[in-house]
Design a binder for this molecule. Structure first.
Ligand code: ADP
Length: 260
């Protein structure tokens, strides 16, 4: 709590009273701590691939006669760490854009078309992974007054996670139910699941249940934080049901009148 007393004097400099302004700064301090934690996390996350890149470049520079096989292996690491750096920067910029944007373009969004775009993209990205992806829409013509990029990002991050955290041979189901009042997007997978104690935390920036697994599948730890902010902006909600070793279900509800 911050106290800001102001003393009142009359014209003869005699104290006649005081005004005390009491301000609860708990939220302010919390926000500031979150901000500095975020900066520390960002620095750490960016430094990790950079350290690896500069280390391998240095090794290649010093060892001129390195055998071609090892050289190629090192180059592949440099390439994948650079990709990771790019993904991280893209996600950090996107998160900051979403957090700081007061207004965005609003248009009539045909949900099925946005979904198909994401479906085609992710099917291509994971063409070598054996996952059975199914989807159903109760109305393929449904439109929502919203922002196309935001709706696309919700599909993209949730479907990408469902595929990433589901081992080969598994299933991903996407159901979209629209009514006059809202649109409900359900994404279910038969993947690794999330421990109960972690469910609350997965929407925090850079929080991963299993850091090594997230890294191996190319995660940045920002996907769900981005979605959380988008959904808040759209006045919607997100719910998670998950069972460890069995799978997860993410349910997003967006009201039709999300901008009124
Ligand atoms: P990441 O880039 O690590 O995937 P996200 O913010 O998208 O970051 O997700 C945070 C964490 O939540 C992931 O690291 C993972 O542990 C967990 N997670 C998200 N989606 C799923 C899912 N469908 N199945 C299991 N775990 C998931």
């Amino acid at each position: 709590i911050k106290l800001d007393p102001v003393y009142l004097q009359n014209t003869d400099s005699v104290m006649i009273g005081s005004i005390v302004n009491i301000e609860d700064i708990t939220e302010k301090v919390k926000l500031e701590n979150m901000r500095s934690d975020f900066v520390a996390n960002v620095s750490h996350e960016l430094k990790t691939p950079l350290t690896s890149i500069s280390g391998f470049v240095e090794t290649l520079r010093i060892n001129e006669d390195i055998d071609p096989k090892t050289r190629n292996r090192f180059l592949a690491i440099i390439e994948s760490e650079s990709d990771r750096l790019k993904r991280l920067i893209d996600d950090i910029l996107l998160l900051s854009f979403i957090e700081n944007k007061d207004s965005i373009p609003i248009e009539d969004v045909k949900v099925y078309d946005v979904f198909r775009e994401v479906y085609d993209m992710t099917s291509y990205t994971y063409k070598n992974k054996d996952i059975d992806i199914n989807y159903s829409f109760n109305d393929e013509n449904t439109c929502i007054l919203s922002n196309r990029d935001y709706i696309k990002q919700i599909f993209l991050n949730l479907i990408d996670n469902a595929i990433k955290y589901t081992p080969e041979g598994g299933k991903v189901n996407i159901d979209v139910l629209s009514s006059n009042s809202d649109i409900v997007i359900k994404i279910r997978d038969t993947g690794v699941g999330i421990p109960k104690e972690d469910v609350e935390r997965i929407f925090e920036r850079f929080y991963r249940v299993d850091k090594a697994r997230s890294r191996d599948v190319g995660g940045t730890g920002l996907g769900l934080a981005i979605i959380k902010h988008i959904i808040k902006y759209l006045n919607g909600s997100i719910q998670v049901n998950s069972e460890l070793g069995k799978g997860s279900e993410f349910i997003v509800t967006i009201p039709q009148k999300n901008f009124l």
